[in-house]
Write a protein that binds this ligand. Structure first.
Ligand code: HEC
Length: 140
């Protein structure tokens, strides 16, 4: 029953996923952009607005993203889903669990990374592009 419900959720997300990365390799670090940083933009634009309502000091078990310093520490720890993976591996979208979850993708070895982040559904393409640029310019 649980699997059935999950299947329905996944298929409901299908059309939306198509538009976000249409024609684009979801793991390519090919954007020509100046360095994007947590403190400069990503903390305020992504983590503060979309993530820290759940990812905070009250429940840090999935990563405390409540400010740029805490986010930097949390994303560098091994993922709960696979010790070899981390939420963010600088310049490597494929090994970055955070990127995979934001795109509703499994792990590189087919690991089940659970739900999309944020759980309400994938963020718009512009937000995903900001996260891509951040990870692809060093993830600092
Ligand atoms: C409504 C609450 C909620 C919001 C909002 C939320 N998360 Fe999560 N997050 C969770 C929960 C619960 C888990 C653990 C279960 C899971 O992974 O599905 C989790 C797990 C994760 C993990 C896995 C960490 C690991 O150990 O590998 C990452 C990465 C992550 N979230 C990133 C994000 C990002 C980035 C955002 C914002 C864009 C976000 N989350 C927004 C609740 C939330």
């Amino acid at each position: 029953m649980r699997f059935l419900a999950l299947g329905l959720v996944v298929s409901a997300c299908g059309p939306q996923m198509m538009t976000v990365d249409a024609g684009k390799n979801e793991f390519a670090c090919d954007s020509m952009t100046a360095e994007v940083t947590l403190a400069g933009k990503v903390q305020a634009e992504i983590f503060d607005k979309q993530c820290k309502s759940c990812h905070n000091a009250f429940d840090a078990s999935n990563g405390d993203y409540s400010d740029a310093t805490r986010t930097a520490a949390a994303i560098a720890k091994p993922s709960q889903f696979a010790m070899a993976l981390k939420p963010v591996v600088p310049n490597d979208l494929s090994k970055s669990v955070l990127w995979r979850k934001m795109n509703a993708l499994k792990g590189p070895g087919g690991e089940d990374l659970k739900g999309v982040m944020p759980p309400g559904g994938m963020l718009p393409a512009a937000s995903l592009q900001l996260v891509r640029d951040w990870i692809c310019t060093g993830g600092k």
